[in-house]
Unconditional design. Sequence first.
Length: 286
Amino acid sequence: MKNNNIARLLITCQDQSGIVQAVSGFLYHHGANIVSLDQHTTQAFGGKYFMRVEFHLDDLASKKHTLLDTFAQNVAQKYHMTWQLVCQAELKKVGILVSKEDHALLELLWRYSRGALPCEISKVVSNHEDLRADVESFGIPFECIAVHKDNKDEAYAKIHEAMKGNDLLVLARYMQILSPEFVNQWTNKIINIHHSFLPAFVGANPYKQAFDKGVKLIGATAHYVTGELDEGPIIEQGVKRVSHAFDVSELRELGREIEREVLARAVKWHLEDRIILDDNKTVVFD
């Protein structure tokens, strides 16, 4: 449930003594109550330090700018922090890209309709008309922008324009390869669900590849999108055990189930500011 007086502080810096005391003392001095505090360091001493603090502060909206200014001057500069402060009440706007398969999309829309995804889904864009009725039944705008080999630059420009103003784009089985130019316009703001346990079985028809290899585990991977195909920082993965008795269609059906769950978790964690990027990796306080 949204609380207008809850905020989250995300911090990355070199690990050193006094960080926890400095942050908690700052919040105490301003009358805030810490709800949760998660931290991670890459080494026992001198590594890279990550922190997520969720806190409550009465009348937060009127105090936010003061918090930002004083934290920057009194804490962040001293410890050379990369940081951000996010208010829970400021819901992120989300756009979804999809093609013809509906399982990942409908999982997101179902959770959103029940208040389980703290965001505003502004629009769904597809390169096919197939899912228009499903999307519009949730009261969400749907737009079809066709993409083919002769119009890709124009199509991606239209998609970029249609999605302007969103804080996050989700590829819910969008079966087009986004151009590097498009991805660069949305750096660290696109989450994709990959229909295999990366780095295995990339490319077309992964479940047929998995079947041909006689795998005993299948999975799915949610990751941020970068200019290198399927090489972006991994947010979440899921696997389930299978046996020689599974045929391709059974593998595909089970794979779709994993995809739905993994993508929904990754999107929720992003919306709740639980992810800190660390080069090509992520720290996820789940």
